[in-house]
Ligand binder design. Structure first.
Ligand code: PGA
Length: 244
């Protein structure tokens, strides 16, 4: 694992954007595994800036996202599809038919999960971006999710629903279920890039890097992957030991 500690969220976002741009420069048909949330937002802004300034192209890129809420239409304000369009896809030259996000309105979630896993198997990610939850989740793989999990339907942890309530009018509007790539699906990526910022993430980062490798901390599974880059700001790195 390569761990880099940056002074600020801005600095780690610049590092993350550079890693992604370098991959696209070497391989214009790269496959990007994408995440939503507050942490990667600035990275996506920097990718848009680079696309405008330097013309980095996404025409041949395939992208898929980690997860989507169940029961929220794709065009709704709070869907992850809307987040991705507003933050990135609408501002770059990516082919919309090459951008995959689970269908939150599916009437056959099991079939949707199997089909999504097929997309991942056909297009292994050159780089998979991940945030981390305060409870150590990656994607929506909440604590106790099996390391062998593939794309599946999951009940959201109450901590996660509280953390995400900021995007909804009230806590009761936050969906209770989602479809998420499993931990095993995430581990299929060739390179995993986990980014974390702020003191609320410090305990989860410590558990991921220094605690036992256990489903109780889903992010600890990444210690079994041979190409992981972790970018932290100082606050998120605050609890880890010098030796780490
Ligand atoms: P955040 O979410 O980037 O909004 O903190 C990360 C996550 O829950 O995985």
């Amino acid at each position: 694992m390569n761990i880099h500690i940056h002074p600020t969220h801005e600095a780690l976002s610049r590092h993350a954007a550079k890693l992604i741009i370098d991959i696209l420069t070497q391989n214009p048909s790269a496959v990007l595994g994408l995440a939503t949330g507050g942490t990667p937002k600035r990275t996506y802004e920097l990718l848009v800036e680079d696309h405008r300034k330097n013309g980095t192209s996404y025409q041949s890129v395939t992208a898929y996202n980690l997860d989507e809420y169940l029961g929220i239409p794709a065009e709704h304000e709070t869907s992850y599809k809307t987040y991705m369009k507003r933050t990135l896809f609408d501002h770059i030259d990516i082919e919309p038919s090459q951008c995959f996000i689970p269908d939150g309105m599916t009437d056959d979630a099991d079939r949707e999960c199997l089909d999504y896993e097929d997309i991942i198997d056909t297009n292994p990610a050159d780089i998979q971006i991940l945030g981390i939850g305060r409870n150590g989740h990656i994607g929506f793989n909440e604590p106790a999710t099996s390391f062998d999990s593939l794309t599946h339907r999951i009940m959201l942890d109450e901590k996660t629903r509280h953390d995400n309530a900021r995007y909804f009018s009230t806590l009761s509007d936050v969906p209770k279920e989602a479809i998420t790539m499993g931990i095993k699906s995430i581990m299929k990526a060739k390179h995993i890039l986990l980014i974390a910022s702020g003191k609320a993430k410090a305990a989860a980062i410590k558990a991921m890097l220094e605690g036992p490798v256990t489903p109780a901390c889903p992010a600890s599974a990444l210690r079994n992957h041979d190409h992981v880059t972790v970018l932290l700001d100082e606050e998120a790195a605050n609890h880890i030991k010098e030796a780490t």
